[in-house]
Ligand binder design. Structure first.
Ligand code: BG6
Length: 484
């Protein structure tokens, strides 16, 4: 099955923070892969902009290293790398100063798509937007791309939105949540809205509960300073898990266009009930062998920031009244795994002899690794000896279904950058969505602070604190195992 590639229009992409970690790990490798796939035109230009002393050749060396480290070796084609590097140049600039901006205005072309990637901390967003406007660098169709975190709370997100709105229209602002660029995350929409099979059952009459898990094996070492001010709630739930929840729970949009989709997501966020204290469990990982504990990684012995969070969430609308959504995410857990499990109710009446265990269908959507879906169905155990029931998994691994092409599934960043160039905002967060998410999250965090809540310790390599198991057990439900 050949992947269809539609080339994008010629563009100038300026990456502020062009020598940073994200440029190295994601942006440059992603652009190179799109170049190899012939989606990025040869006359596109990528301008790395940062404060450091560097020339064009130095920047090309940086990009070469990024490709060698972060692109699969089978795509290391000497000629292609050489041609790609020709598209790159470097521009030295200080976001907070005035020098150099007039020169940048001369360099950036006006007759191609203009994109400005703010791969820098949010405190620079306003300054960059202002200068792009003041020095008339950004034309009326220019796009700005912003990395998370988008604010620290509702107030700061509002300030950021207002600052950007002074210089750019909402249709020009692309707020990245890289989870929305993941192949299987988009598949959530395809599964729900391109099949007749699931939608009639997609409500509280048939669905017992939904579990969303994003579990990681890494700790926060190396970025403890940032993380300790954020915690799992700000770092993962307010954005990534919230987006997954929206895609799973939203009403079918009338069209697959940016505002139709984002309007529906916004309705979900606005319908979220406040979460009672007893429905949240926070945790911090312990040390394990030579591996430091959370507080050591965060270099803050008194830290009350959570590296794990599990919560039960209700969406107050007709479709979901009575169906809880359980969210959990954490660092240094047993396995790296992101999945959504839709657990259906048992049939209302069984015609078979009572049997052990519950018999309920489950649709499990594996986001990473090993993208795919499983559907658990009940069948008769083969062989003679009466009607005994058993569960089997109808297993659809995308790697198997796609064969060799599975290796070429585009990374979230490359897909999202191409969407920016195409001018498609469907997979980006709108300002009101981000604010609505903070509006729901802020009182929860404030509650922890007011009560002086401390996270529960959990073993590194486990599936989180014991209390998180109870969140489910007390209602006769259980989390799916966190395993490879
Ligand atoms: C980032 C968070 O947004 O997402 C990190 O800041 C987290 O803490 C990462 O590790 C997870 O992304 P992925 O794509 O590896 O699941």
């Amino acid at each position: 099955m050949a992947t269809r590639v539609i080339p994008v229009d010629p563009f100038d992409l300026v990456i502020f923070g062009g020598t940073g970690d994200l440029a190295m790990r994601k942006i440059i490798p992603g652009l190179y892969r799109r170049f190899v796939a012939e989606q990025m035109p040869k006359d596109a230009r990528i301008i790395g902009a940062a404060r450091g002393e560097l020339d064009d050749d130095g920047y090309r060396d940086f990009a070469r290293e990024a490709i060698e480290k972060y692109v699969h070796a089978k795509n290391h084609d000497k000629d292609k790398i050489r041609d790609f590097l020709k598209c790159l140049s470097y521009f030295r600039i200080d976001a907070l100063g005035e020098d150099g901006w007039k020169d940048l205005a001369r360099i950036v072309r006006k007759d191609v798509v203009q994109a400005f990637y703010f791969s820098v901390g949010p405190r620079l967003f306003g300054a960059l937007a202002k200068r792009l406007h003041k020095y008339k660098i950004a034309g009326p169709n220019a796009r700005i791309v912003l990395e998370k975190p988008f604010g620290h709370d509702l107030e700061s997100a509002k300030v950021l939105n207002a600052e950007l709105a002074e210089y750019f229209d909402e249709t020009q602002i692309y707020r990245i949540d890289h989870y929305l660029g993941k192949e299987t995350v988009q598949n959530l929409m395809a599964v729900r809205f391109a099949n007749i099979l699931f939608e009639p059952l997609w409500n509280s009459q048939y669905i017992d509960h939904i579990q969303i898990t994003v579990s990681e094996t890494v700790g926060v070492g190396g970025r403890g300073g940032y993380y300790d001010k954020s915690g799992a709630m700000r770092d993962m739930v307010q954005n990534h898990l919230m987006q997954l929840l929206c895609l799973i729970a939203m009403e079918p949009p009338a069209h697959f266009d940016p505002d139709s989709v984002r309007d529906e997501k916004l309705k979900v966020i606005r319908a979220l009930d406040p979460v009672p204290v007893d429905d949240i469990v926070r945790g911090q990982y312990r040390a394990e062998g030579d591996d430091p504990s959370y507080v050591e990684d965060a270099e803050n012995p008194d830290s009350r920031t959570e590296s794990y969070l599990a919560m039960k969430v209700h969406i107050a609308n007709w479709r979901w009244n009575g169906t809880p959504f359980y969210l959990r995410t954490g660092k240094r857990l047993r396995a790296r795994k992101s999945e959504i499990a839709v657990v259906f109710k048992e049939p209302p009446h069984s015609i078979f002899e009572p049997q052990e265990g519950r018999r309920c269908n489950e649709l499990i959507i594996h986001l990473q690794p090993n993208e795919g879906m499983d559907l658990r169905v009940t069948i008769k155990e083969p062989g003679p000896g009466g009607m005994r029931l058993m569960d089997v998994l109808l297993d659809m691994s995308f790697a198997e279904a796609l064969g060799e092409d599975a290796e070429d599934i585009t990374d979230a960043y490359e897909r999202l950058i191409m969407d920016v160039i195409r001018g498609n905002q469907t997979l980006f967060m709108r300002g009101d969505e981000v604010e609505a998410a903070w509006r729901w999250v802020d009182p929860i965090i404030q509650g922890w602070i007011d009560r002086g809540d401390k996270p529960k310790p959990y073993d590194a390599g486990s599936s989180g604190p014991e209390d998180a198991l109870m969140l489910m057990h007390r209602e006769g439900r259980r989390w799916r195992e966190i395993t490879e």
